[in-house]
Design a protein around this ligand. Structure first.
Ligand code: FRU
Length: 583
């Protein structure tokens, strides 16, 4: 055994030159708890056992002046052994050296006032895009871009959560971890019922982008891994990477089974276009076509594609919809999701409306939207990352960063010659409704305050509204709290728009791009129906059950517990106002 090392849970820290350090210990407990400061520069950390590096090097923002949160650095595999942790790029004066801890457990109890109640979040650490979503044996699996070593982007793993009702999620930890080919970027999972790949009947096969930063530049290629225990653990395929390119932005494989052609299809985002590949065994892929030149919005790089067949409401018809996330270039700045409606023959996608740009969501915080493979009853269920690359790393949470949207069932509806996506809150949302308060119909002349929305308002509820216009030019209301922080919303009847303004919603100054007014087209000829999903730090507005959707984050210092209506000279009637607790 090495010199001077005690056989208990204490450790020694040796400081070398040039910000290099060695923490040595006989491992008695599961975790070394690392003190993190979100805005500290990245250092490097790796495990050395018997002079050999184990696993890959992780980037870690060890605390220099203050501790924002802790993350667990797992050593359980080495219990009873002498281990060194090699740490580089942190000054000797940093506070982390005094704040390191060893522990057998890691406290994941929620410490955040902004953490949503009924939206998915990781227990700790950073999250971006939803990945690898598949449904099997009554369970919805959701993987996600995950950094378990801090609450800002980095060290991309696939985190994993599961749910039976799309509303209550169980955090399962990391499922796929970085390796020699790089970090694990976005991708998808399929269930290989017919064993086309030879990993086993019913194997879950994951496709992801291996993203490696080298001194000569960044490289992206596609890799695969398979799971024989329903997505809990994955074995990486020995022939990785399975698809390489000389393009720099070459990522986010979405794979699905194309039944009429009896083959698999892979959609890839490449620079500012999509590439479509086909395969019969999930291992060998052939490029079939490209899509995107001169189509839709091109304000930024195209990412996270999806291609799904969706029913047209009121008909027996189905159409193919290509979902294309882009960053930047969204309608209100930063990242957003656009889509194209058309036809697909297994090889080529043809957009029916090449001159139009269609947006999935009219807020600032719905990105990387993709759908579940194998969703039950032929449903097409979509989920987005509820943030925006403009400020995602700076939002005022610490223990975790980012949530997902609520799940949305997609259909198509027709307006004149055009087909548009309708994003309806998934039916499971209604099943999670709890206690209800409702107000009788009231005619709004002047200001009308709907006092307390729910008695012990925890900031997690749905407001369901039906409004009859009586000649008003503007129908305005806001959600507000005791401090006067508010989210203002209104229908502009002349412009046929629904508008949301979060500039006075609470904490807004962490980014110049956060205060914002977002605008959606709305059909104001009919009775207005609106469902607002409020969950501590977000509001999702669904007009006409999803003909428009607007998703925006907010960070009020107290929950919004009141709603206030205002009217112009002619007024309108609120025919129905219901508030449901969601938990
Ligand atoms: C989209 C994205 C993807 C990429 C991932 C990396 O938000 O940039 O294109 O795979 O995030 O975390």
């Amino acid at each position: 055994m090495a010199m001077g090392i005690q056989a208990d849970s204490s450790w020694t820290v040796r400081h070398l030159v040039s910000e290099q350090h060695i923490v040595s210990l006989n491992v008695a407990e599961n975790y070394l708890l690392l003190p993190i400061q979100d805005d500290a520069p990245e250092g490097k950390i790796c495990i050395v056992v018997n002079n050999e590096q184990k696993g890959t090097v992780m980037n870690v923002r060890l605390a220099r002046e203050r501790v924002d949160s802790y993350v667990p650095f797992e050593l359980s595999a080495y219990k009873g052994q002498y281990v060194s942790v090699d740490i580089q790029g942190v000054p000797e004066s940093a506070v982390c050296w005094k704040e390191l801890k060893m522990s057998d457990s890691f406290d994941m109890a929620n410490k955040e006032c902004f953490r949503p109640v009924y939206h998915h979040t990781p227990a700790y650490g950073w999250m971006n895009d939803p990945n690898g979503m598949f449904y099997k044996d009554g369970v919805y699996h959701l993987y996600f871009q995950y950094n378990p070593y801090g609450s800002v982007w980095g060290n991309m793993h696939w985190g994993h959560s599961t749910s039976s009702d799309l509303m209550h999620w169980k955090f399962e930890g990391s499922a796929i971890v970085p390796d020699a080919w790089g970090a694990i970027f976005s991708g998808s999972c399929v269930v290989d019922h017919e064993n086309t790949a030879g990993f086993g009947k019913g194997a879950v096969v994951a496709f992801y982008t291996s993203a490696k930063s080298t001194p000569w530049g960044d490289v992206q290629s596609q890799s695969m891994a398979y799971s024989l225990d329903n997505g809990k653990t994955f074995t990486k395929y020995e022939g990785n990477p399975i698809l390489t390119s000389s393009e720099r932005d070459f990522r986010d494989p979405k794979v699905f089974w194309y039944a009429p052609g009896k083959h698999w299809v892979m959609m890839l985002a490449v620079g500012q276009h999509m590439e479509i590949y086909s395969s019969v065994n999930l291992k060998d892929w052939k490029k079939e076509s490209e899509f995107g030149a001169m189509q839709g919005a091109h304000g930024g790089v195209w990412e996270c594609p999806d291609l799904v067949e969706i029913p047209v409401e009121g008909t027996r018809q189905k159409k193919w919809v290509l979902i294309c996330n882009l960053n930047p270039g969204g309608p209100f700045g930063g990242s957003a999701a656009q889509y194209f409606v058309g036809s697909f023959d297994g090889k080529t996608f043809v957009n029916e409306s090449p001159t139009l740009t269609k947006w999935m969501d009219w807020g600032k915080d719905n990105y990387a939207t993709v759908t579940w493979n194998n969703a039950p009853d032929g449903r097409c269920v979509a989920l987005g990352w509820m943030s925006n690359w403009q400020y995602a790393n700076n939002v005022p949470t610490r223990q975790y960063r980012s949530a997902n949207t609520i799940a949305r069932d997609l259909t198509l509806y027709r307006v004149g010659e055009e087909l548009y996506l309708k994003s309806t809150p998934s039916p499971e949302v209604k099943k999670a409704r709890g206690e209800k308060v409702s107000k009788p119909s009231f005619n709004v002349a002047g200001e009308y305050e709907v006092a307390s929305l729910l008695d012990d308002n925890k900031g997690a509820y749905e407001v369901e509204l039906v409004i009859q216009n009586q000649g008003a030019s503007k129908i305005a209301f806001c959600l507000l709290n005791e401090k006067g922080e508010k989210v203002s919303m209104y229908y502009d009847l002349a412009r046929r728009q629904f508008v949301m303004d979060r500039s006075e919603s609470g904490a807004v100054d962490f980014s110049k791009d956060f205060p914002a007014v977002t605008v959606a087209p709305a059909d104001t000829d009919k009775e207005l129906t609106l469902r607002l999903f409020v969950d501590r730090s977000s509001i999702e507005a669904f007009g006409e059950d999803g003909k428009f959707v607007m998703t925006n984050l907010m960070f009020p210092s107290l929950p919004y517990n009141k709603m206030r209506f205002t009217s112009d000279e002619k007024g309108y009637t609120v025919k129905s106002l219901k508030v449901y607790r969601l938990q």
